[in-house]
Design a protein around this ligand. Sequence first.
Ligand code: FES
Length: 153
Amino acid sequence: DATARRAREIAGAHAGRDGALLPILHDLQAEFGHIPEAARPEIADAVNISAAELHGVISFYTDFRTAPAGRRSLRLCRAEACQAMGGAALWREVLAGLGLDEFGTTPDGRLTVEPVYCLGLCACAPAAMLDGEPLGRVTADRLSAALAGAAPC
Ligand code: FES
């Protein structure tokens, strides 16, 4: 199909180079917003690895999505300074409030929640980034209020 064909072109542009896999994955994500399932055989072929090895790499890097992102983006810091300020409990509370078992996108496609490892806002821990805007001293209530605000176009 068209996705596989385009993936073959992208993978082919990098094939044969050392360390081609990550640039291929970045280019695919830039084009599709995630790594489409149909692209996987093309990628594996281009860099000569198994489907299982490819899956391992895609799941290791939290930057790579396996499904399209939601309309809004929430990145919650899971690094040390934020964990010391209640970040783990906040993470659980936010996911539970959204009905998510783990990070990812809400079923209605409204919001994608992802971990991030230090936003450089440690002095304002726990920290988050909502639609690219930094938030400090985050609580579940403050997040709900921010989420209720107008979504960017
Ligand atoms: Fe969370 Fe640095 S550890 S912003």
